[in-house]
Ligand binder design. Structure first.
Ligand SMILES: Cc1cc2nc3c(=O)[nH]c(=O)nc-3n(C[C@H](O)[C@H](O)[C@H](O)COP(=O)(O)OP(=O)(O)OC[C@H]3O[C@@H](n4cnc5c(N)ncnc54)[C@H](O)[C@@H]3O)c2cc1C
Length: 465
């Protein structure tokens, strides 16, 4: 139990209003978990309506040394929003206004609780495009996306959330409100505090207003699915497509285990003996992208694709994507006891080496590992299918994942391409980040949050004695 008494609760009610403060068990349970199986109860839940309330909350909690956790939709996959040390869960989903879509400057000014897909739809109405597209976009909030530096399906062409954040209003753990960045497209004035905030996992400050970059909406989209006998051929095709100077907006892959897993789920038959699948999507002017898609298909065939489904209508594109969307439900059905889901990322040229190594690791530890992901980015979702309630199976799964991480680091990759560290990857962090750099990061945290009250215990493993 954090340092919370009746006087503290009275202050919360004064700040947020009685209807926006609760210590009822039902509400505390709702605020206790994210999309991992981790959970911990906060002592109280408050629902914010404006930045002023958050400044007051942080001053109060800083004075009383009470932990605070900003929460969006709690779809995070690393435990970053889970209130492990008790204290106050700060629900940001009520701050969900799209304040402005500026067509002249191609920006959107939003509150952090806006659901990602809602901004995408609103931008489309103005003929504009917000490209970051995490698969959770129907639920996740833009505040959570910025805090986790979310990726998604279109990063090969459009980059990650980081590329779309121009300016932020941020309440610091000590209660001051600061403004980072500017509305200018170019800005090299001083240290880039906006970039520091992106991916800070709710540990440095709470975003209360965000200015995001938009692009013109691409005119058309075409998609194709290419089936290969093995993953090498598929990865050769990925390299050849890029070498042909074609940059798809999505370039997704499935390995053989993944293809087998979705076979029972999808709406149309996957060819027998499929060893790898590529989904290629291009956007732009129809005349150009149809020609480019034909070229991609030629490249895939020359690299060994034995069957291709080309989708030039909206209906067929949907059909192609249904294969990709079938992955998560299929893995759940195959492994109801759980899975260890990692999102490692390596330079694109190292993908084949990584996928081979994963096969070896899977054999060695006798753990089924399914790989799929964003081949265009070198970002692989490595899923060890283990029953997490079975101690020895879970142990084998974790040992396998540790070896996957070792391999990734040896290939100059990173432990997380999109989900972040939270608590899930904390114990592996030193494999990638040397102590000197880790110390700089810890000092940055202390500078912003001297009393360690904002989302404590996340990202960093305990400092060495
Ligand atoms: C089915 C599924 C698919 C997913 N697909 C993807 C994907 O393709 N790509 C990807 O990158 N991720 C993906 N994710 C992970 C997750 O959706 C993202 O990390 C997302 O950005 C989290 O948003 P959220 O609103 O749920 O944040 P939460 O989980 O509520 O919080 C995440 C972190 O953000 C902080 N935070 C929240 N709001 C604020 C704020 N206003 N100010 C400061 N910090 C804040 C929290 O403190 C916490 O540390 C997926 C998750 C699921 C369940």
């Amino acid at each position: 139990m954090a340092n919370i008494d009746e006087e503290f609760k009275k202050r919360l009610v004064e700040i947020f209003g009685r209807e926006n403060v609760s210590d009822e068990m039902e509400e505390r349970i709702c605020a206790s978990y994210d999309a991992t199986r981790r959970s911990a109860l906060p002592d109280a839940v408050v629902r914010a309506q404006n930045a002023g309330q958050i400044c007051e909350l942080m001053k109060l909690c800083n004075e009383r040394r009470v932990p605070v956790y900003a929460q969006g939709a709690c779809t995070g996959l690393v435990g970053a929003a889970v209130p492990f040390e008790g204290g106050v869960a700060l629900d940001m989903t009520g701050m969900k206004r799209i304040i402005e879509i500026d067509r002249r400057n191609l920006t959107a000014t939003v509150e952090p609780g806006v659901v990602t897909a809602d901004l995408q739809k609103e931008a489309e109405k103005a003929g504009l495009f917000y490209p970051p597209d995490p698969a959770s976009n129907a639920f996740s909030t833009l505040g959570g996306n910025v805090a986790q530096g979310a990726g998604g399906l279109r990063c090969i062409k459009y980059g990650v959330t980081r590329e779309y954040v121009l300016a932020l209003d941020v309440v610091l753990p000590t209660g001051e409100l600061i403004r980072t960045g500017s509305l200018a497209v170019k800005d090299v004035t001083g240290y880039d505090l906006t970039a520091l905030m992106v991916g800070s996992e709710g540990t440095l400050g709470i975003f209360t207003r965000m200015v995001l970059r938009l692009l013109p909406l691409p005119e058309e989209i075409v998609t194709s699915l290419c089936y290969f006998r093995d993953v090498e051929n598929a990865m050769d095709a990925v390299s050849a497509i890029i070498a042909a100077k074609i940059i798809p907006r999505a370039l997704e892959f499935m390995d053989d285990e993944c293809a087998r897993s979705v076979q029972s789920e999808q709406e149309f038959d996957m060819p027998p003996d499929t060893g790898a699948v590529l989904l290629i999507e291009l956007d732009g002017k129809r005349a150009l992208i149809e020609g480019e898609m034909k070229r991609c298909v030629e490249i895939c065939r020359s690299c060994g694709a034995f069957e291709v489904f080309e989708a030039y209508s909206e209906e067929d594109c949907e059909k192609a994507w249904s294969v990709r969307r079938a992955i998560s439900p299929a893995l759940y059905n195959i492994s109801p006891g759980g899975k260890i889901n990692e999102d490692v990322c390596v330079p694109r040229s190292e993908l084949t080496k990584l996928l081979h190594a994963v096969k070896e690791i899977s054999r060695k530890h006798e753990v089924k590992i399914v790989c799929f992901g964003h081949a265009g980015d070198g970002n692989v979702h490595v899923n060890a299918l283990v029953d997490l309630s079975d101690e020895s199976e879970a142990e084998r799964g974790h040992a396998a994942i540790r070896e996957v991480f070792e391999t990734v680091v040896s290939l100059n990759g990173t432990l997380s391409g999109e989900h972040g560290v939270g608590v899930a990857k904390q114990s592996y962090l030193s494999m990638q980040i040397p102590e000197r750099e880790m110390d700089i990061m810890r000092r940055i945290k202390r500078l912003f949050d001297p009393n360690n009250i904002l989302n404590p215990g996340k990202i960093f493993p305990p400092a060495p004695e």
